[in-house]
Design a protein. Structure first.
Lengths: 272, 516
């Protein structure tokens, strides 16, 4: 169980990205964080594996205090938390294979890895991970040669190499077109259901949230303004909706029978 | 579409009312024009077009000042204001008149411009500045001593050296020379004929008939008195080869006698024989040296034998060219080594941590900019004083410049790094070294290689000229040949520079294209 307690983050320029955020995630859950751009979703996810240092509060995972872990402990924590990103964050000049193998870095001897010498089993596992996301044929291409959807699948394969118990997904489909969104989230759902990996994912589209989430957290200006299950969000009222997305937001066909690809909210930041 | 005056006036009024009150001119159109007649630009300033006014005023002041300086230069050594102007006008009437007309025009247009500024309350066209530019162009033409007529007239002068530089290959090869010589004694004056040398089979032999005679002299009226005609018969020489006739007097002076003003040259026939007639040359011995003297006449052949071989110029050029390429390479090598650490200090994203690192960043950037703004040629001058003449001085100069240039390029490559992949690698639990190896280096490797090859290209190109100031390499040789007026050898050097630079240019562009 992953527990967030009174988590706050204030950046050097004074921006308060997170204010007193508390919630917990049960193993095997598909938690979706919703909220406008700038509401603190990315900060929250990055605090989880301490890519960003929280200012105060704590995160504990099965009794281990992540927030106060020293550097070696943090590395062992990080290697069990996979992460995928909005802009995929692949090393574009490396091959797909090397990108996937870089997921093993946390487990490897430093000197061997510096020379790009990976274990045979790692290479086999990497091939298997690529097989799982349907990219075996692209294994030795440069990452930059792949399309956006393919790059995100490489990102998932890289996360898989970590043998993670948690996957953090920071707007994994925001840079992709809506049809691909279901493919990517479908992979995450399968990892969640088949491998029992906990998924914490930030999303923009309400219909995607309704389709995939088992639990939902709504953030607004760094505060938790909504908690509910996937079921709850399917019955969300306009008042709750405006609580998350602000007064200007409008629902666009987000009822239970909403079209699969319709964006849920009319906000200018959406395309970001 | 034609507009009536009324319509035009209406349009103008509409524009004027569209302006804000803040732009209300301080004087009327006529006042502005008069002000600009008194002082160009003043009218514009009073019409609230301060920038325009100041610009016109300073342009006018500058051109009048420069014009006055040129007139003073042209009319120097003449006293008095009027006299100076007259003298200048006399020497360069076109220039003085043209500039005076343009300045007067600018003056008048400035007044008209001020009038319109005040009336329309907005900036008129930029025509006045085009006129100012024309004035500067005429001034510049005279100051830079541009002389198109000379350029065309003197072109034939440049052709012979230029053609040698363009096609220097005659100097690129040389042959082994072989001299074939035979001589015979001739007695000048009265006395017994000198003994003839015996003829040896297979050796060249020269027979002079007669071998006693008188040299050419002058009588009391300094009129030439021709000497005895003698016949030279040569046998056993190299066939079909030019043969020079030489004369050696008793004191050992050697010279080539002339017949009708031309040097005596004869070409041997197929058997290697020749026959020619000549007058015994003018006597060089002093008149006091009376009596008979034995002179010697010689037939000399210089012929080339064997295959052509590279000339000294070609060999030197090649060795210096290799030296040059290696100079460029070593300078690039040292430049890369030193600029890598420097580039990290000059990268904003790495140094933005604290005030101290930012101070180091600014300091590094400033030093790099200063070093870079001084040409390698100047650095070479300093380096020559430092380590003496030769390629090492060139390497020092190029290295300094390379560090500055590469440091800047590399630091920009570092600044351009995408933080995303680094974040992703960190998130896998990688340590710092692993993050650098997987997240940073793959992103930098291609700009690093590309910039380094580009720099090598530049350094080789620069090292061809760095020799001009004593920095070693082919430039040193080139400037030597030019000073010796040996245009053919210089041409060989120029050709090699051109070929090397073009090749390198192509190769480095190819490599960079493949990397990108």
């Amino acid at each position: 169980m992953l527990e967030f307690k009174n988590l706050s983050k204030t950046y050097d320029d004074g921006t308060q990205a997170l204010k007193d955020v508390s919630f917990s995630v049960e193993p095997g859950e598909f938690l979706v964080v919703i909220g406008l751009s700038g509401s603190g979703k990315s900060t929250l996810l990055r605090c989880t594996n301490r890519l960003i240092e929280p200012t105060s509060g704590s995160i504990t995972w099965d009794g281990t205090d992540i927030t106060n872990a020293d550097s070696p402990t943090l590395r062992t924590i990080r290697r069990r938390i996979g992460m995928i990103f909005q802009h995929f964050n692949l090393v574009k000049r490396l091959s797909v294979m090397n990108n996937v193998l870089s997921g093993r870095l946390g487990y490897l001897d430093t000197w061997k890895s510096l020379l790009y010498r990976f274990e045979k089993t790692d290479r086999e596992n990497a091939m298997r991970a690529l097989q799982r996301v349907g990219l075996t044929e692209q294994a030795y291409k440069r990452a930059s040669e792949l399309s956006g959807g393919q790059q995100q699948r490489v990102g998932i394969a890289r996360a898989l190499m970590q043998e993670p118990q948690i996957i953090l997904a920071d707007e994994p489909v925001a840079s992709l077109d809506p049809v691909l969104a279901h493919t990517i989230l479908g992979y995450l759902e399968r990892l969640n259901k088949e491998d029992g990996i906990t998924v914490i994912c930030s999303l923009h589209y309400l219909d995607l949230v309704q389709r995939y989430a088992t639990k939902v957290i709504g953030l607004r200006d760094g505060r938790v303004v909504y908690r509910g299950t996937g079921e709850d969000i399917r019955r969300m009222t306009d008042a709750e909706f405006k609580e998350i997305y602000g007064e200007d937001a409008e629902r666009v066909g987000a009822g239970p029978a909403a079209a699969a690809t319709a964006p849920a909210v009319n906000t200018p930041e959406e395309a970001e | 579409m034609a507009k009536t005056p009324q319509e035009r006036e209406q349009l103008r009024q509409a524009r004027v009312t569209a302006r804000t009150a803040a732009q209300t001119p301080l004087v009327g159109p006529a006042g502005a024009a008069v002000a600009s007649i008194i002082l160009p630009g003043l009218g514009q300033i009073l019409s609230r077009q301060t920038q325009r006014g100041v610009l016109i005023l300073s342009a006018m002041a500058t051109s009048v000042g420069i014009f006055a300086w040129r007139i003073a230069e042209l009319g120097r050594r003449v006293d008095g204001f009027g006299a100076t102007i007259l003298r200048a006008l006399e020497r360069r009437p076109g220039f003085v008149a043209l500039v005076a007309v343009v300045l007067a025009l600018v003056w008048l247009v400035a007044a008209w411009d001020a009038y319109r500024c005040s009336r329309d309350r907005r900036r008129p066209t930029t025509g006045i500045f085009a006129l100012v530019l024309a004035g500067f162009f005429v001034l510049g033409w005279q100051i830079a001593e541009i002389d198109v007529v000379k350029l065309v007239r003197e072109a034939p002068e440049a052709l012979p050296p230029l053609s040698r530089v363009m096609w220097p290959w005659a100097a690129a090869v040389e042959y082994e020379e072989q001299a074939v010589t035979a001589g015979a004694d001739v007695l000048a004056g009265e006395g017994p004929a000198p003994e003839r040398a015996p003829q040896v089979e297979g050796e060249p032999y020269l027979l002079v008939e007669p071998n006693v005679g008188q040299m050419t002299t002058q009588d009391e009226d300094f009129r030439p008195v021709p000497g005895t005609r003698i016949t030279l018969t040569g046998t056993g020489f190299t066939p079909n080869t030019e043969t020079e006739i030489w004369w050696e007097d008793p004191v050992g002076n050697e010279f080539r006698p002339r017949e009708d003003g031309e040097y005596l040259i004869v070409t041997t026939d197929e058997q290697g024989s020749f026959q020619l007639e000549m007058t015994m040359p003018y006597r060089l011995t002093p008149p006091s040296a009376e009596g008979p003297f034995i002179h010697r006449v010689e037939a000399r052949q210089i012929s080339t034998v064997g295959p052509p071989r590279p000339s000294e110029a070609l060999r030197l050029t090649i060795s210096r060219m290799i030296e040059t390429i290696f100079m460029g390479m070593m300078a690039t090598f040292f430049g890369i080594i030193f600029s890598i650490p420097v580039s990290f200090l000059a990268a904003r994203n790495i140094m933005s941590g604290s005030r101290i690192t930012m101070a180091i960043y600014f300091l590094t950037r400033t030093i790099l900019n200063i070093i870079r703004s001084i040409e390698p040629l100047i650095w070479a001058l300093i380096a020559v004083v430092w380590v003496g003449l030769g390629p090492f001085a060139g390497i020092v100069a190029l290295t300094l410049h390379s560090i500055a240039a590469l440091g800047k390029l590399y630091s920009e490559a570092i600044e351009g790094i995408d933080a995303g992949p680094i974040e992703a690698i960190q998130a896998t639990g990688a340590n710092r070294l692993q993050t650098i190896m997987f997240g940073v280096i793959p992103q930098m490797i291609s700009p690093f290689i590309s910039f380094s090859i580009y720099r090598w290209d530049i350094n080789v190109r620069m090292s061809t000229v760095i020799g001009l100031v004593g920095g070693g390499g082919i430039g040193f040789l080139l400037v030597q040949y030019i000073r010796l007026l040996d245009y053919r050898s210089a041409g060989i050097a120029v050709w090699f520079i051109a070929i090397t630079v073009a090749t390198l240019d192509y190769v480095s562009a190819e490599i960079r294209n493949r990397l990108m």
